[in-house]
Design a protein around this ligand. Structure first.
Ligand code: NDP
Ligand code: 2IT
Length: 445
């Protein structure tokens, strides 16, 4: 294959989906050489079959708001690839959601899930519904209306959704309830469930913890550790919160957290008590991060900005895609950052990645570093199948091993002649090979 030709062709066929094009370009540019070692792949047009989703469901969701008005939103499920297992991936509820964004996420998920060592294909779904400012009753009615349509396309052996931006335990619970009501079936059709009805211990923590375990592995390659390091975190949601928790446990100092309106910087560090405040603020009161400075006046709130101009040793982007521009990456590097590990999906723009790699800092792409979330989802599926639940220690131990394995695989395929580890290349090739072999074995389908 000629990666540029394949990409140009996809852009022509699927215009107006820049995030999808961006994700495909990053993968194709790093796997081209490996792919071309296997002429049988090209004969089977493996590359187009791997880049274009297996199928996409699009539907209208109608629901009634508290004032009695009937609202409509769009709902989607992108089933990208099920060569190595049932479709698996989160659901995002956010005003910015569109098909191009979900196609990028489903594409990435396919490689990420392959890296986890567990048998899961790739998918993603969501809606342009924004839970922000909605009452609990509105969120429930929306989740029910969304599931009314999605039910027929998913199943514990078909496609197993979970959370993502705007979808946490509350939303998964409402969707699970509706699925159960419609199908008369109690199954492991969603992951990230409440622990009382089949949810795995450590699933809420898994993405953030997993990212920090991956960071530890990266730091070890340079004889370093998290202890004593200053850390910038973006976001204040699920991933950001448990990233901060693990950094604190390991003796790091968290300086920032953010939401889509701005960021807070606490020069004394966000300690355990302050993190508890943020968790309560975000998870129970669904408040805004700016409220932090009312409680802790020695901290500052910077409206409309991202935290990347602050000086720190480590950056852990945990909010959303393309949140680190090339200029922001340069600012981080100029300020002496030693490691960037992505909790979010594709938070660094292509220009930012080039800056990190040119500076030869430790840089891990989301599909490797944030794979802990979906890994524990996979472990939740196993527990549901055997109708058992494992202890928190058992799940955390397995998560740790999985993150170490992913790191080892990145090393295997991404170590360059000068010893620099190109984690983007390593993750893409390792994720690709397994899916490619499975697809070849299964014929043209
Ligand atoms: P949450 O909804 O819990 O939190 C999202 C956080 O990011 C919020 O603080 C939110 O602020 C902020 N944010 C969302 N959209 C934007 C935006 N457009 N610009 C700036 N800030 C934004 O989501 P998660 O923590 O679950 O997800 C965060 C990232 O991690 C996403 O990229 C997701 O795909 C990825 N991820 C999540 C996994 C999971 O298990 N949950 C697994 C792997 C990756 P606000 O409140 O203002 O919207
Ligand atoms: O991006 C992701 O990996 C997730 N949102 C988690 C997916 C899952 O199925 O747990």
């Amino acid at each position: 294959m000629n990666a540029q030709q394949v990409l140009d062709n996809l852009k022509l066929r699927f215009p107006g989906e820049p995030e999808y094009h961006q994700a495909v370009e990053e993968v194709l540019s790093t796997i081209e050489e490996e792919y071309n070692k296997h002429p049988e792949f090209d004969k089977a047009n493996l590359i187009e079959r791997l880049c274009i989703p297996d199928r996409i469901y699009t539907f209208r969701v109608s629901w009634q708001d508290d004032s009695g008005k009937i609202q409509t939103n769009m709902g989607y499920r992108v089933q990208h690839n099920n060569a190595i297992g049932p479709y698996k991936g989160g659901i995002r509820f956010h005003a910015s959601v569109n098909l191009g964004i979900l196609k990028f996420l489903a594409f990435e998920q396919t490689f990420k899930n392959s890296l986890t060592t567990l048998p899961m294909g790739g998918a993603k779904g969501g809606s342009d519904f924004s839970p922000r400012g909605k009452s609990n009753a509105e969120v429930m009615r929306f989740c029910q209306a969304f599931m009314l349509e999605l039910t027929r396309n998913i199943g514990p052996d078909v496609d197993v959704p979970a959370g993502d931006i705007g979808v946490g335990g509350r939303e998964v619970g409402y969707m699970f309830g509706m699925y159960k009501k419609l199908t008369h079936e109690f199954s492991g059709v969603l992951t990230g469930k409440g622990r009382e009805f089949g949810g795995s211990l450590i699933r809420p923590e898994a993405t953030g913890y997993g990212n920090v375990y991956f960071l530890q592995e990266m730091l070890k390659t340079r004889g370093l550790s998290v202890e004593g390091k200053t850390v910038l975190i973006s976001g204040a949601g699920n991933v950001a919160q448990y990233t901060a928790e693990k950094v604190l446990q390991l003796g790091g100092k968290v300086l920032t957290m953010s939401d889509s309106d701005g960021y807070i910087y606490d020069p004394d560090g966000i300690d355990r008590e302050k993190l508890d405040y943020i968790m309560e603020l975000k998870n129970i009161y669904r408040g805004r991060i700016r409220e932090y400075v009312d409680h802790y006046p020695t901290a500052k709130y910077v409206a409309g900005q991202k935290p990347w101009n602050e000086k720190a040793d480590i950056a852990l982007p945990s909010a959303t895609q393309n949140e680190i521009s090339e200029e922001a990456a340069q600012a981080l590097v100029n300020n002496g950052v030693i490691a960037v590990s992505e909790g979010a999906n594709m938070p660094s723009t292509p220009g930012a990645i080039r800056v990190f790699q040119k500076a030869k800092i430790l840089y891990a792409p989301g599909k490797a570093a944030n794979a802990g979330g979906v890994s524990v989802s996979g472990l939740e599926m196993s527990q549901n199948s055997e109708r058992l639940s494992w202890t928190a220690e058992e799940v955390d131990h397995r998560l740790h091993i999985i993150m170490e394995d992913i790191h080892a695989n990145c090393l295997k395929y991404g170590t360059e002649p000068d010893g620099y580890i190109n984690y983007v290349k390593g993750a893409n090739i390792a994720g690709f090979i397994k899916v490619a072999k499975a697809m070849m074995a299964q014929g043209i389908v």
